[in-house]
Design a protein around this ligand. Structure first.
Ligand code: FEO
Length: 392
């Protein structure tokens, strides 16, 4: 197979996974993904940056068929979709060293059983010469595990950030061509994978201001020849205040919660609050995660099942808690037949979210006039709170 040239002596040697639909048994991938690896042939040494998901190792090895020597495998991240084919590379090239952070070494020893003597552990800011090319390593913990680093190819001004700035998108385009499509895919990727690490990403973005970057070459999705496009998007997702948006995940079993959701959505819309409504019986959980990126308020709608919230609603609350979005307010609406601890149980599921809790509205059976009045009050409170905080 013929590698694709990024710059003279810098090649893409990755694998496109058109059919993958789920990541980590959790994250939907409606558009597949890619595992990007890069080969850099310096005048004295050859480096491979990251590898590919192990089931596609033969794709990478086919690209390397005519490469006689690889001196270094740069492991930016120990997760197996990038590191999993390192053992194949080490088996073919007995002299190859794995270059990674000290924490990355520890993780690769434990996850892939790579022998300790195959590693070079590098510090933050350390460099490695390939002859006419220089690699600089930038420690960047928590994008997306604690061991992660970014690699900067100085002479070509290319940043290899592994997961950071990636998108789960299978495409034959080496570079971004359709910015709208990539924006959506990158936002989904950020929401599902990067959002819990917002604070760390903010610091990494600040650090990257010191680097002149012509190309961002992530390990998922197409490369960015206009780095400002994705960096500006990240700055906005990470640092901008939330918007005048309510996210409303819910389930209804017999129509009572459905009626309350419809009423509240209409009341909020009348007050010019944008609502993103997700019936958890049919929704793509990735879309819900994307909506959480910008939302100021989450209203959870649930019927009562065995005294608690519906399990799908509990799952959505658990997920929102794990993703740590910029939400500022939360409320709960729903119904019960004879007794409920749904509100208490749901609140206990979101301890990471430092939210102001707005008065829940829970109806006994089908909602009546006083319940609709309480929903009107909730809509007014949300609209007023958003206005007070200046959420546009
Ligand atoms: Fe694409 Fe965290 O691995």
């Amino acid at each position: 197979m013929k590698a694709r040239q990024v710059r003279p002596n810098v090649y893409w040697v990755g694998a496109i996974d058109w059919d993958r639909r789920l990541f980590d048994g959790l994250i939907p991938l409606p558009d597949g993904t890619s595992y990007n690896a890069y080969l850099i042939q310096g005048s004295q040494k050859v480096a491979l940056i990251d590898t590919v998901n192990p089931p596609m190792a033969e794709v990478l090895m086919a690209y390397l068929e005519d490469v006689p020597v690889i001196d270094y495998v740069i492991a930016n991240h120990a997760e197996q979709d990038h590191s999993g084919s390192i053992p194949h590379v080490l088996a073919k090239y007995p002299g190859t060293k794995v270059v990674t952070t000290p924490k990355g070494k520890e993780m690769l020893v434990s996850l892939l059983l790579v022998p300790e003597d195959r590693f070079i552990a590098v510090g933050d800011g350390e460099t490695l010469s390939l002859g006419d090319r220089t690699l600089e390593f930038i420690h960047a913990p928590w994008v997306h595990w604690p061991e992660t680093m970014l690699t900067y190819l100085r002479e070509d001004k290319i940043l290899f950030p592994c997961d950071l700035f990636g998108s789960h998108l299978a495409t034959t385009d080496l570079y971004v061509t359709d910015e709208g499509q990539v924006y959506e895919a990158a936002k989904r990727y950020y929401a599902e994978i990067m959002m819990p690490f917002r604070t760390s990403i903010e610091k990494h973005l600040e650090k990257l201001k010191d680097f002149e970057i012509d190309i961002i070459a992530p390990s998922h999705g197409p490369l960015h020849s206009k780095p400002s496009f994705i960096m500006q998007a990240y700055r906005s997702w990470v640092s901008d205040p939330p918007k005048n948006i309510v996210v409303l995940p819910y389930i209804s079993m017999h129509g009572s919660t459905q009626k309350m959701v419809e009423y509240l959505v209409e009341a909020l819309a009348q007050k010019n609050v944008t609502v993103k409504q997700f019936n958890l019986a049919v929704t793509d959980i990735g879309k819900l995660a994307m909506a959480l990126v910008d939302a100021a308020t989450m209203v959870i709608g649930t019927p009562t099942v065995l005294v608690g919230p519906h399990p799908n609603v509990a799952y959505a609350a658990f997920l929102a808690n794990a993703l740590r979005p910029k939400l500022q307010f939360v409320s709960i609406i729903g119904s019960y037949g004879w007794g409920s601890k749904a509100v208490e149980q749901l609140r206990a599921l979101i301890p990471n979210l430092k939210l102001e809790v707005l008065a829940p509205v829970i109806s006994k059976g089908f909602p009546r006039e006083e319940d609709f009045k309480a929903l009107d009050d909730l809509a007014s409170t949300i609209a007023e709170k958003h206005k007070q905080r200046g959420f546009a």
